[in-house]
Write a protein that binds this ligand. Sequence first.
Ligand SMILES: [Zn+2]
Length: 229
Amino acid sequence: MLTFPDLHGARFGHINLDVLARAHAHFRDAALVPQLIKQKVVTNPLLDPHLCHEMIQEAHAHLGIDHSYGGWFEDRRVLWKDSYLEKGQHWIHLGVDFNVPAKTRVVATWKATVELVDDDTPMIGGWGPRVILRLKDDPDLILIFAHLGEVSCKAGDKVKPGDTLATVGSPPHNGMWFPHLHVQAVDLKHYKRDWTHLVQELDGYANPFAASHAATIFPDPMRYMRLWE
Ligand SMILES: [Zn+2]
């Protein structure tokens, strides 16, 4: 059972979005710096989700892949410069992003209970529609699926492999991000202690100085995802 059954046979490749952003910034600045200084434009154009999406599509074409994934503990200080993450220097991405088209169906590949379904739209830089699951075979872990479109499950539902959870969302209703699925694993003990009653406080980014501690709380979710048969 694949996480994105409708993308069966598509070519997936690993991608580092901050490396892409650095290359993008280099070309952009080479062409535009004198103009930007003149206009006092200091904001990061990649904060426009459409431009960011375009950059990722160009990378896919260049790499000869259809879709991409990656980003666990990636430092994204160039990609998200000037964003809400700047204040706390929260540059370390705690989940894995799957750069697949908006409306792609997301399916469960394990048995789980839906712990929570929520939506912080219209928050910019938020989770958008989000599904939080507790895995049956790995009960010490919570799995978060975020930046969703249409959600097909509700809290308390038991899901099994093949059940549709949701579709991938798009801006502005997905937290104002480029279309992608963010998946983040959270250690259950920490989730219960720190976030059960404060689930809006749980974020997808951390400060680099907290990264080694964060790695024990937010393990790599890739082993719960199935991109290939
Ligand atoms: Zn993400």
